[in-house]
Design a protein around this ligand. Structure first.
Ligand SMILES: Nc1ncnc2c1ncn2[C@@H]1O[C@H](COP(=O)(O)OP(=O)(O)OP(=O)(O)O)[C@@H](O)[C@H]1O
Length: 254
């Protein structure tokens, strides 16, 4: 099993935001988490990427219990994530944003920076090389040297993907990757997510755009009031009575 949760639970005071959720994420596939507003999707995401400690339950990643690991330690195991609004440096170029993001995860220290050590120079060169590689992967070569402020929404999303990919992750968690982009751009981002999965990177996303999810996902989990009400292939989910009921008659998942 690649990534698995066992009876994962998160309580905020008296509210159970995630309730006893068993879920498996399939390696190299596109795994989606859907559900009505307030269903617990973001909380579940925050638990499995180490941003919140669970109240109870377990998270197993490649056979290791990572339940109690902080997010930086989980990141070192090959887990990366994007946020609904990824903070980019608007006045800096795409390339610099990615280099800075990557540098934050490399090993040089203040001593290296002051004395411009060989290690620092080697790492800088490697970061630049890696940044160019991921810029090419997300197809942003044409805007690599442009400030982020002048990019389209889709290009900004691609930059956020590139930031996550620069750490060589085995799995990326994408929080509403297509929020705020138009249908054409949504299609472009869907193609990019497929490209990631084809490269062997496991994708796990939260998304409200149902048409996109039904076409894109290999596997879907549906949360409602913190509980898993369904798990399966898109066609199973679309025809699942509990899911249709949760979405008030099914209009939202048609
Ligand atoms: N830090 C917190 N403190 C207290 N309650 C919280 C906290 N975070 C989330 N909640 C509550 O937990 C429940 C689940 O919220 P969550 O944001 O995970 O849902 P969601 O499915 O991601 O919703 P949306 O689709 O609207 O983003 C909600 O009732 C929310 O108010």
């Amino acid at each position: 099993m690649f990534l698995e949760t066992k009876k994962l639970t998160k309580q905020f005071g008296g509210l159970v935001a995630v309730n006893n959720v068993d879920f498996t994420i399939e390696q190299g596939k596109i795994n989606a988490i859907i559900g009505p507003n307030g269903a617990g999707k973001s909380t579940f995401f925050n638990l499995i990427s180490g941003f919140h400690p669970p109240s109870s339950g377990q998270i197993i990643f490649k056979g290791h219990d990572v339940t109690k690991l902080p997010s930086n330690k989980i990141a070192q195991l090959g887990v990366a994530r994007t946020f609904q609004t990824t903070n980019l440096f608007e006045q800096s170029s795409v390339l610099d944003n990615i280099i800075v993001g990557h540098r934050l995860r490399t090993k040089s220290n203040l001593f290296d920076a002051i004395f411009r050590t060989k290690r620092l120079k080697t790492e800088e060169a490697l970061c630049r090389e890696k940044a160019m590689e991921v810029i090419e992967f997300v197809e942003l070569q044409k805007v690599a040297y442009k400030p982020v402020a002048g990019l389209t929404q889709e290009e900004k999303k691609r930059t956020a993907f590139a930031l996550a990919l620069a750490t060589n992750p085995e799995i990326v968690f994408l929080d509403e990757p297509a929020a705020g982009v138009n249908p054409d751009e949504t299609e472009g981002l869907a193609v990019l997510m497929k490209k990631m999965a084809l490269k062997g990177i496991t994708v796990c996303l939260i998304e409200h755009k149902m048409q996109m999810i039904m076409k894109l996902a290999d596997k879907i989990m549906v949360l409602n009031y913190g509980e898993k009400i369904a798990e399966g292939k898109p066609e199973d989910i679309q025809n699942n009575q509990a899911v249709i009921k949760a979405y008030l008659g099914g209009g939202a998942i048609a």
